[in-house]
Write a protein that binds this ligand. Structure first.
Ligand code: ADP
Ligand code: MG
Length: 259
């Protein structure tokens, strides 16, 4: 699969304006970004600076006005809605506030949903087995049959993470994943994401306000007034060699596992 300069996420000149009739907001004003396979990148910056818009557009949930976004060399904007939805379901995981858990479904039912959506041929027993495995990975094997309302905030967020990871996606997008959690639970959730990032070489892009979460990522991208700072550099901590080594490792692994 073609990937210019090895980036798994590549954005150039991305512009996005919200026009509600009364007001016009330039949420993204020409953003260039490269993220490399296996990186864990934090997106920080003041409220209203465009962080959520950045995640929504990079992941193809939302359209852009100008620019190019390529995911593993593919331009999502050129796909039909249907193709894009499928592509996302198979290759991306979302830990978003608005991707709430369905209250009438148990934890395991919530987690297996993306598997059933990504591929309608998925055998329900196999989906259940993998959902239970994902819940076990986040330490919630015993809560599988509980409803979201019976779980604590931290447990619910871990169910969301299990759901984001059950398809073994190449990229995980997280928008304030620890925003509603106390600092101890937030750290547990962060440890879990970091472990999964390292073990599976999955790429994480995490929007966060918390400096201590940002510091634990490989690199911090700062958004300010619809522009990003330091978003093209290689990971500060790991340097160019480490990243290209990781790139080789990830070339060996199937970049887009069948699901
Ligand atoms: P952040 O996540 O950094 O707080 P957002 O990406 O949510 O920032 O918002 C960036 C700017 O775009 C803000 O000024 C916000 O008010 C505006 N905005 C975001 N979503 C919409 C929308 N759906 N309609 C109009 N304006 C929006
Ligand atoms: Mg936001």
């Amino acid at each position: 699969m073609e990937q210019k300069n090895g980036a798994i996420i590549r954005a150039r000149g991305v512009r996005k304006t919200y026009d509600t009739g009364k007001i016009r907001v330039e949420a993204l004003r020409g953003v260039d970004i490269d993220v490399y396979p296996g990186e864990m990148v934090a997106v920080m910056g003041p409220s209203g600076s465009g962080k959520t818009t950045l995640l929504n557009t990079l992941s193809g949930l939302d359209e852009i006005d100008e620019g190019v976004i390529e995911i593993a060399g593919q331009d999502l904007a050129r796909m039909s809605d249907r193709e894009r939805t499928r592509y996302r379901a198979a290759n991306m995981g979302f830990v978003f506030q608005f991707y709430n858990l369905l209250p009438v479904l148990t934890a395991v039912e919530n987690v297996e949903m993306p598997l059933l959506l990504a591929d309608r041929r998925t055998n329900p027993k196999e989906a259940r087995r993998r959902a239970l495995e994902a819940l076990e990975a986040v330490g919630l094997a015993d809560q599988a049959t509980q409803l979201p309302g019976e779980l604590s905030g931290g447990q619910r967020q871990r169910v969301t993470i299990a759901r984001a990871l059950v398809t073994n996606p190449a990229i995980v997008w997280a928008d304030e994943p620890t925003g509603d959690l106390d600092s101890k639970t937030a750290q547990e959730v962060m440890n879990l994401m970091r472990r999964l990032n390292r073990e599976n070489n999955q790429t994480f892009v995490i929007v966060t306000h918390a400096a201590e979460i940002g510091e634990q990522c490989d690199r911090i991208i700062t958004m300010r007034d619809g522009l990003c700072e330091n978003c093209e550099g290689f990971s500060n901590r790991n340097g160019r060699e480490t990243v290209s080594e990781r790139q080789e490792e990830s070339d060996e692994r199937d970049l887009w596992p069948a699901g």
